[in-house]
Design a protein around this ligand. Sequence first.
Ligand code: ING
Length: 319
Amino acid sequence: MPRPLTVAAAQLGPIARDEPRASAVARMVALMEKAHARGAGLVVFPEAALTAFFPHWWIDDPAELESHFERAMPSKDTAPLFTRARELGVAFHLGYSEIDGDKRFNTAILVGADGMLLSKYRKVHLPGHREHEPWRPFQNLEKRYFDRGDLGWPVVGALAGRVGMCICNDRRWPEVWRILGLQNAELVVLGYNTPQNDPRAPELDHLQDFHNHLSLQAGAYQNGTYVVAAAKAGLEEGCEMIGGSCVVAPTGEILAVSATRGDEVVAADIDFDRCAEIRRNIFNFAEHRQPDLYGPIAAGAPAPRLSAIEMTESEPAGG
Ligand code: ING
């Protein structure tokens, strides 16, 4: 019998470098209330939703860097989001920067309608570079500021379905989707901060929105899962970021998409049962996959040489 749920991506516009967490949380509470009014039982917030996306700039001062991380979840600043969610009976997904002992993670959590933590994920695919590269109009220092995630890709029973998570760059790697699909994920939720410009490949800038949806639609279709993806969008501290928050069906169809690059709710009705149309047929893993031949994917076949001239991280496109 059907397992219906109304889901919502709560897209955020820019968060200023000096914007207090309380302000970002208030904006998220307002979006949660709008999503609830649209019937949503689950609201998905972006990656690093509490602060500006600080990997976009070089931070010398350890105290300033640490100020972007959460030591507790919830905290005084984030409690209002948990409280409002409980009052409304809404589950939510939140991306934030986490300190755990001597480790720092780009983290996302899934919180039930009762405010209980259902699942946690820490970003594995950290894009960008480790050192300051002043030639860039903005940095992407995730490899410097975060440790690689250490929780795998969990899928949990929640909201009458099976729910998994990833974060931003993870969505570009098919292995992530297949690991979630092999655990019978029926809904994958994620947030992202994606610049319109990739300083090393500006010729692809006009394709960033296309590559975002291509990654989400392929992941959804090839694993028979719904996807809800929420952007942090707009011109944030000089870096223009794409929007395109959306809900994608297991068929790969986009059911709803954002129209702005600001704070915006994108909602759609899903039915977890419809995942079977894909997972029992074209992507019936038990019947059609040939895992005994897939070893090189995990082993990491040697990367082909990029070109006769060794490319190095420090050289911009065009050398
Ligand atoms: N951001 C970007 C992303 O994967 C990026 C990094 C930008 C990759 C542009 C490719 C092109 O969407 C994060 N935070 O992973």
